[in-house]
Design a protein around this ligand. Structure first.
Ligand code: FES
Length: 106
């Protein structure tokens, strides 16, 4: 398990214990993180699992595939640091990572 902190735009935080090997979205959903709706269940078609990942974490995790990068453009309020949490596999190197939750998804 690794500790990951979700932070909304008002500054409220929700810390979870994420299981290595699962997607970040699955971990967030099972632990009730507000704003991670994941309506498509991880099929990369809804964009409601969008998160913002700040540096240094953004550069440290595996980059988005071309398909994820394209889909991310159609999310609500995308940013250069947007990712789809259903496409991020939790690794041990993510311990302590902070993840932003878009206000539009809350
Ligand atoms: Fe739908 Fe990630 S859960 S795009």
């Amino acid at each position: 398990m690794v500790r990951i902190v979700f932070r909304d735009e008002a500054g409220h935080t929700h810390e979870i214990d994420a299981e290595v090997g699962l997607s970040l979205m699955e971990c967030a959903k099972t632990q009730g993180v507000d704003g991670i709706e994941a309506e498509c269940g991880g099929s990369m078609v809804c964009g409601t699992c969008q998160v913002y990942i700040a540096e240094p974490w953004f550069s440290a995790i595996a980059p988005a595939s071309a398909m994820e990068a394209e889909m991310t453009q159609y999310t609500r309020h995308p940013r250069p640091t947007s990712r789809l949490s259903c496409q991020i596999v939790v690794t041990g190197a993510m311990d302590g990572m902070e993840v932003g939750v878009p206000e539009a998804q809350r």
